[in-house]
Structure formats: structure tokens, C-alpha cells
Design a binder for this molecule. Structure first.
Ligand code: NDP
Ligand code: HSE
Length: 409
């Protein structure tokens, strides 16, 4: 019997206990030995709940119990998660986590401690919820050199943008619903400002490129500036707005960014809606591989965590090697990329057409009934640095969004 402990009995933690209870027979068959949740740690009490009798409030009870071989960390946040996880690894326990904040900020150090102690620090659920993507990057794709990763990595923002564009919901209503459904972070600013997707692309890029991508160095924009008028403009272009995270290597230089993009209906990411996430990985010889599935939510995420528990249980006393050096990868700024931009301009098209053409030449003009006092343009592909210089010369520019499919990568 392998005993495990769960730190945090919130959305994901309660899902982990539920999934283990529900699937104990098949999980036992797959490990070759039964597992049992011996403790659940939380700040709150849960009277009448299935975990009432195994609930503890003191982390040391778990740390000091040699019977506990695997610890699931699903509390979220950096502290005290980092301190608890480090202590568990140093005490010879394996740790499985869904906490991307922890993985993005301390991943390489915790992997090293696990390696030195012949145990495991596994974090499949930290990117893409239920989608298996960490394990494939660590194993199935290792024969090739990964050149690019691009995808929708946040369920909350994809849900919000989908509800706004297909149901006409207001931003705030869609966010509240995403919180109710258990998709959003405790502080949803992490979702809507792009920080969550930023940590996830940093984790994937670190694994793909082998060196640490410091998430604080990734250019990050969220979706708080997106309005229902932008969504109407996108629809008029037969497109949708998606928060994309990407990283790529070109001529030995590495780039990473998170930002909203206008995605045309012919693009595979256009159809990724609601809480679903999708991730493209491009390799030199493999070409494109796409991963798709539920990006957030209690049971999908819990399944990914429990799959890590199964892996940890199958590898007790044996480290599963993960290549993630502590050395930082240098990222190049995004201003050198070439792409088209959708630009909103307040004012009459007739009055501003010459100024627009003077800066960008042959642009596409778009007018919609929802924006009677303004219009939009789509520029030809232009270097981002130069784009920013040109729009400064056009009166009335209110906002812009990058167009997907026109980058140099
Ligand atoms: P919740 O806020 O629902 O759950 C966290 C739980 O941990 C709460 O019950 C909280 O208690 C408890 N907790 C917090 N601090 C402590 C502490 N110091 N000691 C004991 N218990 C503590 O979060 P989620 O379950 O949604 O998320 C957990 C992690 O999984 C996060 O890192 C999140 O980013 C990640 N994740 C979440 C997904 C999702 O769909 N929800 C998907 C993928 C990853 P209390 O409420 O009393 O503070
Ligand atoms: N808040 C995150 C999201 C949870 O919406 O994608 C999954 O990591």
C-alpha cells in the first residue's frame, strides 16, 4: 500500500480525492499496488465530508510520517507551497503539483533536489489542465529539436472571449461564470492579465529548449483591453480574438510572448473555444504536433495530477529524468518580429485615409455599424518596432491587436 497526502482541498484537491476514490481499482491495476490518501491538509474544516477523518492542519504531520511516499501539492501560490514541497523532496517523498506559479519560479531547483534524492517532482497539470503535454515534451518528442511552441494556454480567458463573441456576454459576467466553474485563479488577475499563460509558456519553453526561461522576461499582455467592439471587428474579418502564448527559436535567438491575437477562421486555433486549450509544437523533423483538451476545471485537472501520482508510484526510489537546466535562456525582444496589425482609429475614415496610407501604404479598411464614430485597418506585414513608430503619426489611434499568421516564425 502506497500512502499519499494532498496539500489543499480546493477545486483541484477535492478532484484528486474524488478521482482516486472513483477509479481506485484501475489505478491499482496500473501501479501494481494500491494507493491510499492518508492525509489531506487544508486551512479549513470540512464537517461531514469524505476527508473529515483524514484532515490535518499541521503540515509537519505529513512531513514527519515516513509512510507518506507521495505528496500532491494543490494549494497554489509560491508560499508556503515552495517551502512545503522542498521539505517533502528533501525528506525523500515525491511531489506532484498543478501549481504553475511554483513550477515557473522554482522548477529547476525542485527537479534537481528530486534528482539528487532519487525521487520525483512531477507537474503535468501545471500546463493545459488535462492535456498531456509536459510528458510528451519530456519523452515522445525528445528525438527532435523543438523550434516553436504556440497555443491557447489559459482556459479562463478563452472561455471569456468565447462567451463574449458567441453569446454577446459582457467581460465581467463571463469572468464571474469562469470563477463559478472553478477555472479561474484565486486572483483572476493572473488569468486576465496573461500572467498565468506567461508562466505556462515559460515552463513549456524551458522544457523544450533545455534552459530556464525566466517568466518575468516574457513579454506579456492580457485581455482586459479587449472590448465587444473589437470582437465585432474580428467577426467582420471572419476571425476571433484569442489569447496566444508562443515561443520560438530563429537563427539561434529565442523569443517568447503572450498577447491577444486576431485569429482567422481558417486557422486551427480559431475553433478552440470555451475552456479548451490547444498547443502546437513544431519540430525540425516532426513538423507540427497538436495537443488539445480541457485547459482547466476540477476533474480534468485532477486526472492529470493523479496520472502523475501513478507515475511517481511506479517509480518509487527512481528518478524520471527531466532536462531543465537552472541556467537562464536569453530572450530577444519581440520588436523585431514582422506581422500585420489590426488597428482601431477614432474619427471619420475620409478624414484620416491619407494619413493612414502615408504610414502603411496598402491597408485594408473595415467599418462596422457597432462603431459609428470610428473605423479599423489591417496593416500589411510590418516590423513591430516600425509599426509602433508609424501609428504614433496617425491621429485617433485607440488600440491595436496583432494578427496571427503573419509572424516571421
Ligand atoms: P483553490 O483555491 O480552489 O484550492 C486551494 C486550496 O488550498 C484551498 O482549499 C485553500 O484553503 C488551501 N490552502 C491554501 N493555502 C493553504 C495552506 N497554507 N495550508 C493548507 N491549505 C491551504 O485552488 P485550485 O484548486 O483551483 O488550484 C490549486 C492549484 O492548481 C493552483 O496552483 C492552480 O493554479 C492550479 N490549477 C488549477 C486549475 C483549475 O482548473 N482550478 C487547473 C490547473 C491548475 P482556503 O480556501 O481555506 O484558503
Ligand atoms: N486558471 C487557469 C486557467 C487554470 O484558466 O487556465 C488552469 O491552469
Amino acid at each position: 500500500m502506497i500512502k499519499i497526502a494532498v496539500l489543499g482541498y480546493g477545486t483541484v484537491g477535492s478532484g484528486v480525492v474524488e478521482v482516486i476514490d472513483k477509479n481506485i481499482d484501475s489505478i491499482t491495476r496500473r501501479i501494481g499496488e494500491e494507493i491510499e490518501v492518508k492525509y489531506v491538509l487544508d486551512l479549513r474544516d470540512f464537517p461531514g465530508d469524505r476527508v473529515e477523518s483524514i484532515l490535518v492542519h499541521d503540515f509537519d504531520v505529513i512531513l514527519n510520517d515516513p509512510e507518506v511516499r507521495i505528496v500532491v501539492e494543490v494549494m497554489g501560490g509560491v508560499e508556503p507551497a515552495y517551502t512545503f514541497v522542498k521539505k517533502c523532496l528533501l525528506a525523500g517523498k515525491s511531489v506532484c503539483t498543478s501549481n504553475k506559479e511554483l513550477v515557473a519560479s522554482h522548477g529547476p531547483e525542485l527537479i534537481k533536489i528530486a534528482r539528487e534524492g532519487n525521487n520525483n517532482f512531477l507537474f503535468e497539470a501545471s500546463v493545459g489542465g488535462a492535456i498531456p503535454v509536459i510528458r510528451p515534451i519530456n519523452s515522445s518528442l525528445t528525438a527532435d529539436r523543438i523550434l516553436e511552441i504556440k497555443g491557447i494556454l489559459n482556459g479562463t480567458t478563452n472561455y471569456i472571449l468565447t462567451q463574449m463573441s458567441t453569446q454577446g456576454w459582457e467581460f465581467e459576467d463571463a469572468l464571474h461564470k469562469a470563477q463559478e466553474l472553478g477555472y479561474a485563479e484565486r486572483n483572476p488577475e493572473a488569468d486576465i492579465e496573461g500572467y498565468d499563460a506567461c508562466r505556462k509558456i515559460a515552463i513549456l519553453s524551458s522544457l523544450a529548449f533545455g534552459h530556464n526561461v525566466d517568466y518575468t522576461k516574457v513579454h506579456t499582455e492580457g485581455i482586459t483591453g479587449i472590448t465587444s467592439t473589437d470582437i465585432c471587428y474580428a467577426a467582420a474579418m471572419d476571425s476571433a480574438i484569442k489569447l496566444l502564448a508562443s515561443s520560438y527559436c530563429e537563427d539561434g535567438r529565442y523569443y517568447a510572448m503572450v498577447a491577444p491575437f486576431v485569429v482567422h477562421s481558417s486557422h486551427p486555433l480559431y475553433a478552440v473555444s470555451g475552456v479548451y486549450n490547444a498547443i502546437f509544437v513544431k519540430g525540425t523533423d516532426i513538423g507540427d504536433v497538436m495537443f488539445y483538451g480541457s485547459g482547466a476545471g476540477k476533474l480534468p485537472t485532477a486526472c492529470a495530477v493523479v496520472a502523475d501520482v501513478v507515475d511517481a508510484a511506479k517509480h518509487l526510489g527512481r528518478h524520471i529524468y527531466t532536462s531543465w537546466s537552472q541556467e537562464d535562456l536569453t530572450l530577444t525582444g519581440i520588436d523585431d518580429a514582422t506581422r500585420s496589425f489590426y488597428v482601431r482609429i477614432a474619427g471619420k475614415r475620409e478624414a484620416l485615409e491619407d494619413a493612414v496610407r502615408k504610414e502603411f501604404g496598402d491597408v485594408k479598411f473595415i467599418s462596422i455599424k457597432e462603431d459609428p464614430d470610428g473605423f479599423a485597418i489591417v496593416t500589411p506585414p510590418v516590423i513591430e518596432r516600425s509599426f509602433k513608430e508609424h501609428i504614433a503619426n496617425i491621429p485617433g489611434v485607440t488600440s491595436y491587436i496583432r494578427m496571427e499568421g503573419s509572424s516571421a516564425s
